[in-house]
Design a protein around this ligand. Sequence first.
Ligand code: SAM
Length: 268
Amino acid sequence: MHKTVRKVLRAVADYDPDYFDMYADQAEAMFARLYVERILRHASAAGIRPPASLLEAGCQAGRLVVPFAKAGFRVTGIDTSGFALRRAREHAKAAGVEAAFVQGDLLTVLRRRPASQFDLVVCAEVVYLSPQHRQMLEALAAAVRPGGLLCVSHRPKMYYLLEALRQYDGASAAEVLRRGEGPFRDSAYYNWQTQDELRALYRSLGLRCIALHPIDRLAWLGQVDVKRLSQAQRAQWVQWELELPDEAAGGFARYLLVVAQRPAAAHT
Ligand SMILES: C[S@@+](CC[C@H](N)C(=O)[O-])C[C@H]1O[C@@H](n2cnc3c(N)ncnc32)[C@H](O)[C@@H]1O
């Protein structure tokens, strides 16, 4: 369906049959479990337990908002899309959980409320799409209370390298190796990093990088359509992913989840 028609349908009828609702999609729900499991483990290790506060920046239809709210966190979701937030509200209501939602650009919203800080700040599958990724990370880091955790997913350089090579596109592969952002094949803009670059980036933000977890190696590398797996098989895949050492597959994954801690305030 044409983009303008979709826009009008959304505005007039609050309806978009082509909307990719990540909460409702079975494959995306499976990958959400990887994020949630990883983050809950780190939160618990850092002494952050429900009802701690959690911000999800770029929350779309609530794929992560709902499970974190179910786990007992006080969740706030931000998204530029009012349509996405309406879906997120509906999913939260259907799941019997409460969450707060704010519509707007995360940079604007966070700059408007410099004093609000959260125990956990999560931003999944958002920053790789924006040329303002550095400013976004600074704003997200500032929204973490001292001692709290920032959990952000990034696109690994190896992801785009392999995606280019799968298409026999050596020119794009060479560009991916040479640059860290810009156009890639048919898309106008992405950014991507190596693991070392991510560690250096978070250090430069004054954060302590605790872990770099790959998110989705088996399905992506194996080119497996997760929707063809049964529910039991999907549960088994999540376990395999979580049990595989982070180093397995050497940086080849669909996303890398950085878990970084803001240093606790020094006592005087
Ligand atoms: C790929 S979805 C990720 C959804 C969610 N984080 C998850 O993992 O299920 C990206 C979402 O980020 C939102 N987004 C992109 N840039 C944003 C920005 N600058 N501020 C707020 N939301 C943004 C988009 O509207 C979209 O809903």
